[in-house]
Write a protein that binds this ligand. Sequence first.
Ligand code: HEC
Length: 141
Amino acid sequence: MKKTLLILSLLIVLSMLAACGGGGSTPAPAAQPAAQATVAQPAAPSLAAGDPAKGKESFTVCAGCHGMDGKGITGLGKDFTTSEFVKSQTDEQFLAFLKVGRPATDPLNTTGVDMPPKGGNPAFTDQQLLDVIAYVRSLQQ
Ligand code: HEC
């Protein structure tokens, strides 16, 4: 009987120690994700403004269908100098549009001709496309 009591009190002491140890170490792991979150925030991608001069160079890819003046080539690309669609797009939306293009099968397609993703140049980076967007906007009337 005495032995059982001794073991019981030992167990109680042990569990108290464990609780204490646990309590003491809790703030450290909790603080870690918070610190990581603050570090991750400045690294979050934000859209840099495009450079129309650089965009003009990349625009040669688009010019094959849209013309260097953006007025379109019949049977190929559309005139976007007067495009309400272009005016309505934020840079973010315009970038998303350029990345997927607008295939002839798209219900929004108006010409029955494919607008290829990235104008047919898969090597374009987001920044290059943003430069092209800045150039396209400079052609707007
Ligand atoms: C192979 C030909 C081709 C190339 C290359 C091309 N496009 Fe197009 N693009 C089209 C066609 C065709 C449409 C019209 C799709 C439709 O009928 O809605 C179009 C539509 C657009 C529109 C939408 C205009 C509107 O008012 O709806 C924009 C903006 C545009 N292209 C920008 C570009 C840019 C920028 C590039 C270069 C990165 C490019 N295109 C390259 C064929 C092309």
